[in-house]
Write a protein that binds this ligand. Structure first.
Ligand code: ZN
Length: 282
């Protein structure tokens, strides 16, 4: 299934994308695409619905973030060997974890706001993992049973705030609109191999990133098990699994960063596409 949320910010309704590409309203069957609605039993119940019986949603509404009320937005740093190289960093021996503020989350087509004072806003296409069942100290063998599905993430980053201002990366990852997710939460049964997905990103039509989740240093199975040793993972938590090469910071001879009025497009096989137009913070 491709689950989604549509409507005005903060008032999104649950929906489903049918096989013809039309949005169907799920409001009669669940409150939101969030939390315990992502447990295996709840998803199995939704899968039994005949989509043709669900009300069609007309009028092309705004698509919101594909998961609501996200408790934790955990990101993995330098998880592609070739991206680590372009930033001049060593390949990590253990996964690098940092948190993105959940207030950064926006819909896939919402504006990307360049924050006040930012000169180094950058892009990162990433595979997002959405947790279904609570995971606490799980083994790699059991890890995948805790995954509800996957979504596209743009891990937008302010490089000066991330790396030049001291402390943790969180400061450079958390501005409002720095976390577009969606358009869909694609349930795990529809993603045959999360380590065989190509992902790409362009800015104003120029392809900047192109990679494959096959070259992750630590795959999804390892990441879920690893993180669960340090904190419990809860239904609706998101793990953004790192970015392939081609970020603005890595462009030679000098880095390129986003300016107002640019168009960022990104996508992952089977998980849909996002488009954001950048603008300066008011
Ligand atoms: Zn990232």
């Amino acid at each position: 299934m491709k689950l989604l949320r549509y409507g005005a910010p903060g008032a999104e309704r649950p929906g489903l994308l049918d096989r013809q590409g039309h949005i169907r309203d799920l409001s009669a069957h669940l409150d939101d695409v969030a939390g315990t609605a992502l447990l295996p039993d709840a998803l199995a119940r939704l899968a039994t619905l005949d989509t043709a019986d669900l009300p069609a949603v007309e009028g092309g509404p705004r698509i919101g973030p594909c998961v609501g009320h996200v408790g934790k937005f955990i990101c993995i740093g330098l998880n592609y060997a070739d991206h680590a190289a372009e930033t001049g960093a060593a390949i990590p021996k253990e996964p690098i974890l940092f948190m993105k503020a959940t207030s950064a989350i926006t819909g896939p087509y919402d504006p990307l706001i360049i924050p006040r004072g930012s000169e180094k806003t950058d892009w990162e296409v990433e595979l997002g993992v959405v947790i279904g069942t609570e995971a606490r100290c799980v083994s790699e063998a059991d890890a995948m049973a805790h995954v509800a599905g996957y979504c596209l993430v743009n891990d937008v980053s302010e490089r000066a705030w991330q790396a030049e201002r001291g402390g943790q990366w969180t400061k450079g990852k958390s501005a409002d609109s720095f976390g577009p997710i969606g358009p869909w939460l694609v349930t795990a049964d529809e993603v045959a191999d999360p380590q065989a997905l190509s992902l790409w990103l362009s800015v104003d039509g120029v392809q900047r990133q192109h990679g494959s989740t096959a070259t992750m240093v630590f795959g999804v199975r390892t990441l879920v098990a690893y993180i669960s040793q340090f904190m419990s993972l809860q239904p609706g938590d998101i793990i953004s699994t790192g970015t392939p090469p081609g970020v603005g910071l890595g462009i030679k001879p000098r880095p390129v960063f986003l300016r107002p009025g640019q168009t960022v497009r990104l996508g992952i096989d089977g998980l849909g596409e996002q488009t954001q137009v950048t603008r300066a913070a008011a």
